[in-house]
Design a protein around this ligand. Structure first.
Ligand SMILES: Cc1cc2nc3c(=O)[nH]c(=O)nc-3n(C[C@H](O)[C@H](O)[C@H](O)COP(=O)(O)OP(=O)(O)OC[C@H]3O[C@@H](n4cnc5c(N)ncnc54)[C@H](O)[C@@H]3O)c2cc1C
Length: 567
């Protein structure tokens, strides 16, 4: 074990979406910051080997091979996993965990984490989400409200670049936006029909972290306008979508205060009983297995929800035998996620003379309309809907001979509509993770056990979506409307949506929560947890924008407290 004097002002565990933000804020404020990342280095542009490839340049035309699926039975279920992105996902066999109940744990271990892979949808929460646990009597009350986070949402959005409209919706507050992407003719038609038939269900273009018209702050990051190639998950050479690699990490690096230590897994956080605070982290080199201790005054835990839980549960001391700060035994409990089970497809006749050009890296959205102002159904909370209309790329029913055949072959095909749900799940005590007491991974870290499942509430919510979504499409004139429970047809387990949250939740009361309103562990104030692990409830919006805003807010607070000598 190398216990040399590697002392930094701050350590950030993980370099993904939230860790990148912690690093940026801490470095900008002058703190010598060490980012510890278990995965390999991925440099912006240089390490995007598939970014400019055409389908025929892949060995298997960018499909999943049988071998890839056999080697990765979990990861290969994920929609974005293919030959072009394989290198940004983990390999299942190298990173085992124990599924007490089926859970699809989707991970990307590299510098940049899942920020390279994400679909970039960025919607703010409103007080309808922050007040939900208190109003509906579940989980515990959030210690913050929208007003606490609103300036930090703005702060983050201006830096990352968010395209969209200012839609003026109460339960989806406006963002700081760059010009929006456009809806196509069929989407506009569906939007108009829904407005006529269901006036309380606005349809908007999805807000996404893409630069559509760069501002000075984006140019200074070296980022440029989105080309709408929609090959984002391979890494964007233009830096047009937000990733840690294109944005926060190089920005932090420019301050001269950043050190990135890749290929290094954090085993646990070290707690000093006499000092009453954490002093550093115990790490293992993923290649040589050499153990090293790094010290710091402030520690940010940003390993992504389940890994952050794992690290904290594994940080045992005589004061905290069940994990750092875990005096109430609630760490690892109340894990929740987003319910993606319902899916609807349909076709639209007509509009054969209407085309669209290029690709669009976002979808059409409908904010939650269920139980917003009051409880009105036999299930709690609601769901956001996302859909798109597209034409298949050529006319598969082309017929005739000669010129007629050629002409009809070049015509775009039928309009089809695909609609999905993003439902809030209610955190329950039973949905939990814990550490194996018998099995460790190759770096000596106990395996994680996942015990997380859907509830009856989730099923009712899904059935409501299938009913309401189909009704809306029918009113819009769609045909061949088909509804499906993805759990039944596609073996869709919790986790596959990659929005797992909780386990180290925020709250005002140390008896019922782990973190205070500044994301500090109640019982170890120099440790901050600002990724999905901190989430008290899940809302129905995509979560990463909220992680970023919480991280920026917490990092600025940490620096202030440190400068006052309180940490
Ligand atoms: C295909 C896809 C689409 C998505 N679409 C969206 C979307 O549209 N909108 C949205 O809001 N979210 C989306 N998400 C989810 C989003 O990617 C995550 O919410 C986000 O990346 C979480 O940020 P994070 O910093 O917590 O974790 P990550 O970005 O995963 O970063 C965590 C980092 O910590 C490292 N790490 C873990 N454990 C350790 C350890 N012990 N020691 C050292 N390092 C460690 C990991 O290697 C990783 O690099 C999507 C995800 C995927 C995969």
């Amino acid at each position: 074990m190398d216990t040399g004097e590697y002392t930094f002002d701050a350590i950030v565990i993980g370099s993904g979406i939230s860790g990148g933000w912690a690093a940026k804020e801490l470095c900008e404020k002058g703190l010598k910051t060490l980012v510890i990342e278990r995965g390999r280095m991925v440099k912006h542009v240089k390490d995007y080997p598939t970014a400019m490839l055409d389908p025929w340049q892949f060995k298997h035309h960018n499909n999943k091979t049988r071998q890839m699926v056999e080697d990765n039975p979990i990861i290969s279920k994920h929609y974005a996993f293919d030959e072009s992105t394989e290198h940004f996902y983990i390999r299942d066999d190298l990173h085992p965990y124990i599924q007490e109940k089926p859970f699809d744990w989707i991970r990307g271990y590299q510098v940049g984490g899942k920020s390279l892979l994400w679909a970039r949808q960025t919607q703010r929460w409103s007080d309808y989400e922050f007040e939900a646990p208190k109003r509906d009597g579940f989980a515990t009350d959030w210690p913050i409200r929208y007003a606490d986070l609103a300036p930090w949402y703005s702060y983050v959005e201006k830096f990352i670049g968010v395209s969209g409209n200012r839609d003026g919706l109460e339960n989806l507050p406006d963002s700081e936006v760059l010009p929006p992407f456009e809806m196509n003719a069929v989407e506009l038609h569906i939007k108009d029909k829904i407005k006529q038939e269901f006036p309380d269900r606005p349809v908007i273009i999805g807000r996404c972290a893409h630069i559509t018209k760069p501002e000075d702050i984006h140019l200074r990051q070296g980022r440029a306008t989105c080309m709408a190639r929609s090959l984002c998950q391979r890494g964007c050479p233009f830096g047009a979508y937000f990733s840690s690699n294109a944005s926060t990490l190089p920005w932090a690096e420019k301050t001269g205060n950043l050190t990135i230590q890749p290929n290094t897994v954090v085993h646990s956080i070290i707690y000093d009983e006499k000092l009453g605070r954490a002093t550093g982290v115990r790490t293992v080199d993923t290649i040589t297995k050499k153990e090293t201790i790094y010290n710091a005054h402030i520690i940010f835990v940003n390993g992504s929800t389940l890994n952050s839980n794992l690290i904290l549960l594994n940080s045992k001391s005589s004061k905290f035998p069940k994990g750092l700060g875990n005096l109430n035994s609630l760490m690892g409990r109340y894990i929740a996620f987003h319910n993606y089970r319902g899916r609807i497809t349909a076709t639209m006749e007509g509009f054969e003379d209407r085309y669209y050009y290029g690709r669009r890296p976002t979808q059409v959205f409908m904010p939650s309309f269920r139980n917003v102002y009051q409880q009105e159904t036999d299930f709690l909370r609601g769901y956001m809907i996302a859909f798109n209309a597209s034409r298949s790329s050529w006319n598969k029913s082309a017929n005739g001979i000669g010129q007629h055949l050629k002409d009809s072959l070049t015509e775009a095909g039928q309009w089809t509509i695909s609609m999905m749900m993003q439902g809030e799940t209610v955190p329950i005590y039973d949905n939990h993770i814990r550490l194996s007491t018998t099995t460790k991974d190759q770096w000596g870290v106990p395996l994680l056990i996942t015990s997380i499942d859907y509830t009856e509430n989730d099923e009712k919510l899904m059935r409501d979506f299938l009913r309401e979504g189909a009704a809306m499409l029918e009113k819009a004139g769609c045909k061949n409307i088909k509804t499906a429970d993805q759990k039944e047809v596609g073996n869709r387990n919790p986790g596959l949506e990659v929005h797992e949250m909780g386990g180290v939740r925020m709250g005002s009361d140390p008896d019922t929560s782990l973190l205070n309103k500044w994301n500090q562990l109640h019982h170890c104030k120099n440790v901050f947890v600002t990724d999905g692990a901190c989430m008290t409830s899940t809302g129905n919006q995509n979560p990463s924008l909220t992680y970023m805003a919480l991280t920026a807010r917490a990092a600025n607070y940490a620096v202030e407290e440190w400068q006052k000598g309180n940490l």
